[in-house]
Design a protein around this ligand. Structure first.
Ligand SMILES: *Cc1c(COP(=O)(O)O)cnc(C)c1O
Length: 364
């Protein structure tokens, strides 16, 4: 029998979450963001469930190629654009739309020999200071692109740093619209958090939204809202089984570093999942977990291949019991990836993307 750990990707949940985004912004076009192997869910599986999107956004050229091989003929946007000049050959050949965020990328385009006009998204650094042209340099970058025979159409894009936080998007929104005023072309600003919470305003929504995390069923602004508040369905379940049982007495220590000590008699389940499977080592004692669909907690340190859970409160649990690290138990109970992530001081994003290669993945 193989080691019992398994990730299950719920195609129905992906479709449901896409539909939720559609309802939130019915008159915007929608990029499904599937970078990082669809946030760990697998490009192929995600593509199958999300082909109702208007386009796919990602950054890895090999992932764009896979998407074309799967038969997607609609828009694909490279959200970081070309990494070197010859990447533009692939853009021409596969008809990829690409972001232009710096002068070098314009130089490469100007030197690029092609028969097909490129669709480019000119990126503005509206305050996040990651990628993009500063507002004061934006128009000259646009003018340069606009003069190139290689460029067919120019659209405008920027990214919010605080769509899910107290600072908000007002300052960036103002900078973006001011600097693009009168420029003809489509616009795109919203990530998941902005799409769900702020995109009622047409100035925010623009022509294209770029939801990522929400498609996978995690709340972009947790703990302000939960996945259930946004009516999302978890798209990934990580499950395994109890492979050993220990009975502790008061004073017995558990695991590396003896960080947990029993205060009275208790039953501990040793579970086939560790940090080498992508379960964060920072999710120690107290992190929620489901055993046979019932909530209990992690105990002690996470090891490479195993972790411990408290079986004391779970009636009938023992060897072979189902353990749900996040997602949905076979009995239907849910454990949100956001809640688990928070217990480990991180985000649902990181947990999904960190799912290890050694974990078998199936789709349901
Ligand atoms: C990752 C990314 C998104 C999607 O962000 P979510 O928070 O997952 O919705 C949108 N736009 C850009 C440029 C990104 O890098």
């Amino acid at each position: 029998m193989p080691r019992p750990i398994l990730a299950t990707i719920h195609s129905g949940a992906l479709r449901h979450n896409l539909e939720r985004v559609r309802q939130a912004v019915p008159d915007a076009k929608l990029w499904a963001v599937i970078k990082a192997n669809a946030y760990g869910h697998g490009i192929e599986r995600a593509f199958d469930a999300l082909r109702g999107a208007d386009g796919f956004a990602l950054l890895d050229l090999a992932e764009a190629e896979r998407l074309r091989q799967l038969g997607w003929r609609g828009p694909i946007l490279l959200i970081e654009g070309a990494f070197e000049a010859r990447d533009l050959e692939l853009c021409s050949r596969l008809g990829l739309w690409h972001v232009v965020h710096c002068d070098e990328q314009i130089d490469w385009l100007a030197a690029h020999k092609t028969q097909v006009g490129h669709r480019v998204f000119l990126k503005m650094n509206s305050g996040m200071n990651r990628l993009g042209f500063a507002p004061g340099r934006y128009r000259s970058a646009w003018a340069r692109l606009n003069a190139l025979p290689q460029v067919d159409e120019i659209s405008f894009i920027s990214h919010f740093s605080d769509a899910d936080g107290p600072r908000g998007i007002g300052h960036q929104l103002q900078v973006f619209h001011e600097a693009t005023r009168d420029l003809p072309g489509e616009r795109s600003l919203c990530n998941s958090a902005a799409t769900l919470a702020l995109a009622k305003d047409a100035q925010v929504r623009c022509d294209w939204v770029r939801p990522g995390i929400v498609l996978y069923g995690s709340a972009p602004d947790y703990p302000q809202h939960t996945d259930q508040d946004w009516a999302l369905e978890p798209a990934m379940t990580l499950s395994t089984r109890v492979i050993g049982v220990q009975h502790l007495q008061a004073g017995d220590a558990l695991g590396y570093g003896s960080t947990f000590t029993a205060e009275g008699p208790m039953t501990v389940g040793v579970v086939a999942c560790g940090y080498a499977d992508g379960y964060p080592r920072s999710c120690g004692t107290g992190t929620p977990v489901l055993v046979n669909g019932q909530r209990t907690r992690v105990l002690g340190r996470i090891s490479m291949d195993m972790l411990n859970v408290d079986l004391t409160p779970v009636e009938g649990a023992g060897m072979g019991s189902e353990v749900t690290l996040w997602g949905r138990a076979s009995t239907g109970q849910r454990l949100s990836i956001d809640e688990v992530a928070r217990a480990g001081g991180t985000l649902g994003y990181e947990l999904m993307c960190a799912l290890a290669l050694r974990v078998p993945v199936i789709a349901d």
